[in-house]
Design a protein around this ligand. Structure first.
Ligand code: SAH
Length: 222
C-alpha cells in the first residue's frame, strides 16, 4: 500500500481522475490511499490567502513559504516520513525508471505549485526531489501529481487486470511496445498481420520483437 499525500490549492481537481478506472479500483482494493490537503488550511492569513506578489516586480503570484512549511511540519507531526516531490517544470524529468522506483515506496508527498510557482525558500528550506513531467509549463502541479500517481499505481502488483501488462510495454525493457491488433480482422481495407492469427507462438514472439526493435530505432533516431 502506498499512501500519497498531496498538497494543493485545488483539491477539487482530483476526485474525477482518482475515482475512475484503474486508479479508482486501486483505491477500493486498498493498494493506494490518496490524501488531499488544501494548502489554504495552513494559510497565515484570516482570508486563507496563500500567494503574494514577487519582490522586485514581475508578473503573477508566488506561493508564500508559511503554508507549505506549516503543512509539512503538520504531516511530520503525524508521522510522515517518505519521499517528498516538488512539482516544477525545471525539475528532474519524471520517467518510467522513477515510477518504478516510487512504486516500491510506502509514503509519497507531492507538492503542487500554482500561478508563478513557489517562493524560493520553499525549495531551499525544505528537502525535496524536484520533478518535472515534461518540457512545457502547466498552470499548476495538479495534473503533474495525477500523472505521477497514475504511472506509479499501475506498477503496483494487483493494480492491473493482467499482472503481465507492465512487463511487455514501452519502457519496460530496451524497446518500445510492439504494435497490437484486436477485432475485426479487416477494417477499411486494413488487415491484421497474418502471423498474429497463425497460432504459432514462437513466430508471434519473433514478429513482435522485430516490430518493437524497428519502431524503437525509427522513433529514437528522430
Ligand atoms: N514560473 C515557473 C512556472 C510555474 S507553473 C517557471 O517558470 O518555472 C506553476 C506550477 O505548475 C509549478 O509551480 C509546478 O508545480 C507546476 N508545473 C508546471 N509545469 C510543470 C511541469 N512540466 N512538470 C511538473 N509541474 C509543473
Amino acid at each position: 500500500m502506498i499512501t500519497f499525500d498531496i498538497l494543493t490549492l485545488f483539491p477539487e481537481m482530483f476526485p474525477g481522475v482518482l475515482g475512475t478506472s484503474i486508479l479508482g479500483l486501486a483505491r477500493r482494493r486498498g493498494l493506494i490511499d490518496v490524501r488531499l490537503h488544501n494548502l489554504r488550511d495552513w494559510s497565515p492569513d484570516a482570508h486563507r490567502k496563500v500567494d503574494d506578489r514577487p519582490f522586485g516586480g514581475g508578473p503573477g503570484m508566488l506561493i508564500r513559504p508559511e503554508p507549505v512549511f506549516r503543512a509539512v511540519e503538520w504531516l511530520e507531526s503525524q508521522g510522515f516520513a517518505g519521499r517528498r516531490l516538488l512539482t516544477a517544470p525545471d525539475g528532474r524529468a519524471f520517467d518510467q525508471a522513477m515510477a518504478r522506483e516510487l512504486a516500491g515506496e510506502t509514503r509519497i508527498l507531492i507538492l503542487c505549485g500554482h500561478y508563478e510557482g513557489f517562493d524560493e525558500r520553499i525549495r531551499r528550506g525544505l528537502k525535496w526531489e524536484e520533478v518535472s513531467i515534461g518540457g512545457y509549463v502547466l498552470s499548476g502541479g495538479e495534473p503533474a501529481a495525477l500523472v505521477i500517481v497514475d504511472a506509479v499505481t499501475r506498477l503496483i502488483p494487483g493494480a492491473l487486470g493482467d499482472p503481465d501488462s507492465p512487463k511487455e510495454e514501452s519502457f519496460s525493457g530496451d524497446t518500445l511496445e510492439y504494435p497490437q491488433y484486436t477485432r475485426p480482422r479487416e477494417f477499411q481495407g486494413l488487415v491484421v498481420p497474418e502471423v498474429l492469427l497463425s497460432g504459432d507462438h514462437a513466430a508471434i514472439r519473433k514478429w513482435r520483437e522485430e516490430e518493437a526493435r524497428r519502431k524503437t530505432e525509427e522513433r529514437r533516431a528522430r
